[in-house]
Design a protein around this ligand. Structure first.
Ligand SMILES: Nc1nc2c(ncn2[C@@H]2O[C@H](COP(=O)(O)OP(=O)(O)OP(=O)(O)O)[C@@H](O)[C@H]2O)c(=O)[nH]1
Ligand SMILES: *[C@@H]1O[C@H](CO)[C@@H](O)[C@H](O)[C@H]1NC(C)=O
Ligand SMILES: *[C@@H]1O[C@H](CO)[C@@H](O)[C@H](O)[C@H]1NC(C)=O
Ligand SMILES: *[C@@H]1O[C@H](CO)[C@@H](O)[C@H](O)[C@H]1NC(C)=O
Ligand SMILES: *[C@@H]1O[C@H](CO)[C@@H](O)[C@H](O)[C@H]1NC(C)=O
Ligand SMILES: [Mg+2]
Length: 452
């Protein structure tokens, strides 16, 4: 780990790997099966849409099966793990939260519901704006989805508030993965194990070493369901995008052949979401990172993003392109110009949804944007972004749960791409999460290893 104690520059800690990958005929056969499965599913479950309930209930079945294997060692209901307030961007917070959960699981304890942070000011503690976990994600839903795997509890469940043992996390170069793991093992034994609460203290949970496979993280993320208030906001933004797409199509349709078929109009109109990571702060960071790591595929200019997205094969036009950008950090107002004919870009302002976002603090804005990108028919992001990476992880799980065993096929449903890496036909590279990776580090904080 190359994180300095004095410096929170985790962007400097990326491992760079390049992987080749080629398609074969097996891929094609599997794809055919996927397509058939999807078609059947669409016919049998017409209400299915995006993150619908059918998919969720399928996941539950899978959960129960896998959890029941582990169920003899229980998370002990009245032994607790307490962690400090979780900080940084939404997706870094989700990772830190998952680590807290997996630590609790390792100690057979329930995790006391932590505070997240609503703002991005991680350097000034008083500006951190704690926000309870259950203001963002559904508490009961988490426990029911994660039943048998991980449990959250409330501080009111504690019986003896003085029966607490502090677990001091180390930091810096000397704090290795092995030391961290040894410490956790030690705290799972007597006399430590007898305490009602183990309280983790230390600089920042996000700096904890990673001991868990991608699949474990993925399970925790599946249990994170936004509270209705926030997911309804995302619904509003997505409806707005699809509505505009429908208007665009009906205009084209009527000018071409007079009538647009009624069924075509009832289908949800597809859209592309692009996480344009071109904010001022990021452009400075990524240039430094490229120099240090001698890799040129990290920063993509606005022009490069537009060009590569324009070269994606098979996009039907006209198509709405939703641009997920940090408006406040943008120096450049011209992101709406320069897109290929037929790709019609919208950001929050042009879409008329600024009001929806402005009501909320940064964390919630990011959560809404995350949903809009996750649900898009096509997602294009930057492989050096936790935001993009977790969206791709979720989309990969969706493809797998729908029966797609061989990813990385050109015509997969819900494809994701990384625009910072050149792919076929001068387009962005297809991107899927390697679900068998042994740790999240390999895929999440910035990597050119996108497994396609
Ligand atoms: N940096 C930044 N991003 C914002 C802001 N508002 C919205 N965003 C969007 O949110 C994305 C970052 O999302 P987060 O969920 O905070 O992600 P993160 O955990 O910081 O992960 P990274 O993508 O690696 O930065 C940005 O790339 C923007 O698209 C803002 O004020 N600052
Ligand atoms: C957790 O519980 C299981 C089963 O009871 C046990 O084998 C394991 O050692 C426990 N771990 C800790 C850290 O208590
Ligand atoms: C499956 O999970 C649900 C939700 O947590 C739970 O209510 C149900 O009892 C579980 N079923 C089995 C067989 O474990
Ligand atoms: C609470 O825990 C402390 C420390 O372990 C112990 O000394 C005390 O007796 C406990 N109090 C009760 C009421 O059990
Ligand atoms: C996925 O990760 C596993 C475990 O690290 C590795 O063996 C495999 O080659 C990876 N697959 C791809 C396509 O990157
Ligand atoms: Mg960030």
């Amino acid at each position: 780990m190359c994180i300095e104690e004095s410096q929170m520059d985790w962007w400097g800690c990326k491992h760079l790997r390049f992987l080749g990958f080629s398609l074969n005929s097996l891929t094609c056969k599997c794809l055919a099966l996927v397509v058939i499965a999807l078609a059947l599913r669409a016919a049998l479950f017409p209400t299915f849409s995006g993150f619908g309930s059918i998919e969720q209930s399928d996941l539950l079945v899978i959960h129960n099966l896998s959890f029941s294997l582990n169920s003899e060692f229980g998370v002990r209901r009245f032994k607790f793990l307490e962690v400090p307030q979780i900080v940084w961007g939404l997706n870094n917070q989700k990772i830190a939260f998952a680590r807290a959960c997996l630590t609790a699981r390792m100690l057979n304890r329930t995790l006391l519901m932590p505070s997240l942070s609503a703002s991005l000011f991680y350097k000034e503690i008083d500006l951190l704006q704690p926000i309870p976990f259950d203001k963002v994600f559904q508490f009961e839903r988490f426990n029911s989805l994660c039943n048998g795997f991980i449990q959250l509890s409330r501080y009111s469940d504690i019986v003896n508030r003085t029966d607490v043992l502090e677990l001091q996390k180390g930091s810096g170069r000397k704090w290795t993965v092995e030391r961290d793991l040894d410490q956790l093992r030690q705290f799972g034994n007597d006399p430590y194990d007898g305490y009602e609460t183990i309280r983790v203290v230390g600089k920042n949970p996000f700096l904890w070493h990673d001991h868990w496979p991608v699949k474990d993280y993925a399970k925790v993320f599946e249990c994170l369901v936004l509270v209705d208030e926030i997911s309804k906001e995302a619904d509003r933004v997505v409806s707005k995008i699809r509505e505009i797409g429908r208007e665009m199509r009906s205009k084209i349709g009527s000018s071409q052949d007079g009538v647009v078929s009624g069924t075509a109009l009832l289908q949800p109109v597809p859209y592309v979401a692009v996480h344009m990571r071109i904010e001022k702060d990021w452009m400075i960071h990524c240039k430094k990172l490229e120099q240090r790591s001698k890799v040129s595929e990290i920063c993509s200019s606005k022009e490069e993003i537009m060009e590569r997205v324009g070269n994606i094969v098979g996009l039907e036009t006209p198509m709405v392109v939703y641009l997920a950008v940090a408006d406040t950090l943008l120096e450049d107002n011209s992101i709406l110009n320069g897109w290929k004919e037929g790709l019609v870009p919208f950001e929050k302002k042009k879409l008329g949804v600024v009001g929806i976002y402005k009501k909320h603090p940064y964390l919630i804005q990011s959560a809404i944007d995350y949903e809009v990108c996750s649900r898009a028919d096509v997602f294009v992001g930057n492989s050096f972004s936790t935001f993009s990476s977790l969206i791709v992880l979720e989309r990969t799980q969706k493809i797998i749960s729908m029966g797609g065993s061989r990813p990385c096929a050109m015509d997969v449903r819900w494809p994701s791409y990384a625009y910072n890496i050149l792919g076929e036909s001068k387009g962005p590279r297809l991107w899927m999460t390697n679900m068998s990776d042994s740790n999240l580090r390999a895929i999440s904080y910035g990597s050119n290893d996108i497994s396609c």
